[in-house]
Design a protein around this ligand. Structure first.
Ligand code: ADP
Ligand code: MG
Length: 256
């Protein structure tokens, strides 16, 4: 059975999509079977995996509404070596459309049951909000991966997210736990980064991943080529860090 992880942080621009795409590609290099679910109407993970969001006939939107299936909608990321359940702007309508439906927060969870045996990992790229879409991601998951930048304000939003996760754990998904905080876009030359990083380790202990993802321009360039950074420039520091993170995740699931 696949282990399902939501990559979430209600802040935008903190590295969720970069992490989801590169963890997916990194896991694929380690022989893992991966499905990436794009739950953000911006469709950045879809594009970053090399799937054209403008050319979709169906997307995760139809899956959430129950009018299509994952097996029909998923596409192969040749550049990444994993499958993608793609998204585009149409998904923005789901917030409204889901309101009237039954079990609106477990729609994705139900759909994933159908493909559960076909993957080792399912990675869900959540939008930058604590919306119905994110709720679907968190209700489906065994664990949450929280990417964050080591800056002063990073810790502020964390409390809201942690409280939301606690509530979902208590009321909707007993499986859900925080797998870890992932330090991304890390700049070791900045004293503040070092300080916040140490603070995180003190407060969250082994909930902080050992791997640290450095700020690396090759990771930022890769999406415009539709190739995950991990495969875009294998020798780049960012690519190597995500491979290391994939290996850390493979180890983590042994003890879950
Ligand atoms: P989110 O999905 O949380 O909004 P993204 O993954 O889209 O965040 O990242 C925001 C921006 O930062 C993007 O332009 C991305 O290319 C860039 N970025 C993300 N991680 C890194 C990194 N480690 N080094 C350099 N740029 C990065
Ligand atoms: Mg994103």
């Amino acid at each position: 059975m696949a282990k399902i992880f939501a990559v979430a942080n209600q802040k935008g621009g903190v590295g969720k999509t970069t992490t989801t795409v590169n963890l997916a590609a990194g896991l694929a290099t380690q022989g893992q079977r991966v499905l990436l679910v794009d739950l953000d109407p911006q469709g950045n993970a879809t594009m970053g995996a090399g799937v054209d969001k403008r050319a979709l006939t169906e997307s995760v939107y139809q899956v959430l509404l129950g009018v299509s299936t994952i097996e029909r909608v998923r596409q192969r990321s040749e550049a990444g070596g994993f499958d993608v359940l793609p998204a585009n702007r149409e998904l923005a309508g789901a917030e409204v459309d889901l309101v009237d439906l039954e079990q609106r927060e477990t729609r994705l969870k139900m759909a994933l049951k159908g493909v559960d045996e076909q993957y080792d990992f399912v990675l869900i790229d959540c939008p930058p909000s604590l919306s119905m879409l994110t709720l679907n991601g968190l209700c489906s998951a065994n664990g949450v991966i929280i990417p964050m930048q080591c800056e002063y304000y990073a810790l502020e939003g964390l409390t809201d997210l942690v409280n939301t996760i606690k509530k979902i754990h208590a009321n909707m998904n007993r499986d859900l736990k925080i797998i870890g905080l992932l330090r991304v876009m890390f700049d070791p030359r900045m004293t503040l980064s070092q300080q916040v990083s140490e603070q995180l380790e003190t407060h969250f202990g082994d909930k902080v991943f050992k791997t640290i993802i450095p700020r690396n321009v090759r990771l930022a360039e890769a999406p415009s080529y539709g190739v995950p950074g991990v495969n875009f420039d294998k020798s780049a520091k960012g690519a190597q860090a995500y491979i290391q993170f994939a290996q850390e995740m493979i180890q983590r699931i042994q003890t879950m």
